[in-house]
Design a binder for this molecule. Structure first.
Ligand SMILES: C[S@@+](CC[C@H](N)C(=O)[O-])C[C@H]1O[C@@H](n2cnc3c(N)ncnc32)[C@H](O)[C@@H]1O
Length: 391
């Protein structure tokens, strides 16, 4: 009896989610009814994002047709210039609608489609946005172009796209933690994502995967920040598809197929070792240890309008904050600050000035910020930003 009680007290509490109240909104942006408006907008953006994935898949996949893949940005230009669905895209939409393959992605997406007309309408919506982002933005230069694209992101559909490179920035950020001897036990991963159907370079030889939770566990253990037996990672996401995938992973063969992307010596070294500590690495396959996978779970939660009942030593949010406008960042930071223990860390990759302002006023000042080069051949950079919750 006593042993059972001891074991129970050693287990981390299961996190619960509750709605945020209006009086918990930071004062300068507090407004009655705003949280409901965000919930409605999030539902719409989630829906649009799911349809964007369907259209990107319909244009690129080779699982349901022998028609040549179409680069979505090119299709967006052709659609804009002719004010009509280009013939090659029209043929692919028809093929998508008529086909009957077994592929998991295809089947799930096909279940969403009621009619060909609906598919065409969604093509037009998705391509109109893509034209703005990829082509209309070119009329601007430098900072003005970056600001224009950033604003588009703050209303666009929510994508679940994710790639392995995002995990490298996190690894670098974690290696900067000033107190590596401090053991991290509870981690909050915000928006882990699932590679589903990206805007470009769709790869179909691997099943849908979510890398971030398992790469994060590996980095934390490899860097001596956590031990396998005491680490738990709670993932939160608005997308049920992501939640379902992560919660089913521990009971699956727990295999991730790691796709190599070109990079410099540091990236190569990271890529070669990825999976060695939280699992077993054989070539491109990282098999996650069962005990690690069982301590990674996912909850459906909107970071902007909901709060967690538990507190964490570390929170991670990459490629999520860019979907929020400056006022919404105030909600995100209020909720993250509350979810962190005093002295706990937040890592993200967004260098926007509004973040620094909110972080200061919400007891979560930045302690490190820089850019890191991900791919020297493409001059590809990412932000590495670390905050610490005031004691
Ligand atoms: C573009 S993916 C990024 C995935 C991964 N973090 C990465 O860096 O590759 C963004 C993820 O954040 C989730 N997300 C977007 N808004 C959110 C919100 N308000 N609350 C929780 N999750 C959100 C999306 O559903 C998606 O899974």
């Amino acid at each position: 009896m006593m042993l059972a009680a001891l074991l129970l007290s050693a287990l981390p509490a299961t996190a619960q989610v509750r709605p945020m109240r209006t009086d918990e909104i930071p004062e300068p942006i507090r407004r009655e009814g705003w949280l409901s408006e965000i919930n409605a907008a999030t539902a719409q953006r989630l829906r649009d994002g799911e349809w964007d994935h369907v259209i990107f898949y319909a244009l690129q996949s080779q699982r349901f047709t022998t028609l040549a893949p179409i680069e979505p940005a090119r299709s967006a230009k052709a659609f804009h210039d002719s004010s009509a669905i280009p013939p090659d895209a029209a043929k692919r939409l028809e093929a998508f609608f008529d086909a009957k393959p077994q592929a998991e992605r295809y089947q799930r997406m096909r279940r969403m489609v009621q009619s060909l007309a609906q598919l065409r309408t969604e093509y037009q919506r998705a391509m109109s946005f893509l034209y703005e982002k990829e082509w209309a933005s070119r009329a601007r230069q430098g900072a003005s172009r970056r600001d224009f694209i950033a604003t588009l992101y703050q209303t666009r559909g929510h994508s679940t796209d994710t790639e392995l490179r995002a995990t490298y920035g996190v690894h670098i950020g974690l290696s900067l933690l000033p107190t590596p001897e401090k053991k991290i036990r509870r981690v909050l991963l915000i928006g882990p994502g699932l590679d589903w159907a990206p805007r470009t370079a769709l790869k179909e030889d691997t099943p849908p995967q979510s890398y971030q939770p398992y790469a994060l566990a590996d980095s934390l253990i490899r860097l001596g920040l956590a031990t396998p037996d005491s680490l738990t990672i709670d993932c939160i996401d608005i997308n049920p598809r992501v939640i379902e995938h992560i919660n089913a992973f521990a009971a699956s063969p727990r295999r991730l197929s790691l796709l190599y992307a070109h990079g410099d010596a540091d990236w190569n070294s990271y890529f070669d070792k990825l999976g060695d500590t939280a699992g077993r690495r054989e070539g491109a396959i990282y098999t996650v240890h069962k005990a690690i996978a069982e301590n990674i779970r996912a909850l459906r939660m909107n970071l902007l309008t909901e709060r967690l009942t538990e507190t964490y030593d570390l929170a991670i949010a990459t490629n999520v904050l860019l979907y929020f406008n400056d006022n919404e960042l105030g909600l995100a930071f209020a909720n993250i600050a509350l979810a962190l223990k005093p002295g706990g860390y937040l890592f993200h990759n967004d260098l926007r000035p509004a973040i620094e302002q909110w972080a200061q006023s919400l007891q979560l000042p930045a302690i490190h910020a820089r850019t890191v080069r991900l791919d020297p051949s493409r001059e590809l950079y990412d932000g590495v930003v670390l905050h610490q919750r005031s004691e």
